[in-house]
Write a protein that binds this ligand. Sequence first.
Ligand code: SAM
Length: 233
Amino acid sequence: MTPERYHRIRQMLALRQPDLAVCLEKVHKPHNVAAMMRNCDAVGAHHLHVIWNTRHEIRSGTSVGSQNWLKLHTHHTTQSAIDTFKRQKMQILVTHLSDSAVDFRQIDYCRPTAILFGQEKYGATEEARQAADQHIVIPMQGMVQSLNVSVAGALILYEAQRQRQQAGLYKVPRLDEQECQRILFEGGYPRLKTLCRIKGLDYPQIDEQGQISAPQSWWQRMRENHASSMKVN
Ligand code: SAM
């Protein structure tokens, strides 16, 4: 990759917020998933969790490539996602209109936070509602009761972004270097990434010019039987 692209990716990674996670519970319309990925990328929410109890594939659609720059986690149950957030000591916010729900602007998003969004038609499940530390809601003053899920996501994430910017959380890089290296390699060398998967090879290091730093043995494995596909990006 060019040094310019390397620096562009590094700049983006330096703004990532590893402790601001989004969780989509059974949100199934591809354009909503894709739009939420784009929201996450835009504010630097690095971890996107999706809960699907059936097999779904993330299609790029309207995410315009933002899926390449996030860490996607798939769960088959809501409990699995909840357990992850609890292990990471995150406050769990569930977007749900209930008697105890508070206006989303009353929350402190500088704390490690996971925000769960519910399915397009039925909203968050009872299981998710029960596990919440807090229900949050975007006030609705018109005739309809809810917003599109990705619109709700954008509003809440930008409130989190506003608070975190004010608190200086975008000033210091916060994503660990191992994850930065993964994104740099996958984003900077997509064809080699595919070959690594096919051949079961570990990812190499990316140096400060954006070049691959790997031993001869790695390059040799890369070239084996794949001479025709060895066009380095
Ligand atoms: N009938 C569903 C319900 O009662 O929850 C509506 C689901 S809404 C179309 C889909 C998702 O968008 C919700 O689960 C929530 O995550 C989010 N959402 C939509 N409007 C919202 C609002 N005003 N406040 C908070 N979240 C909202």
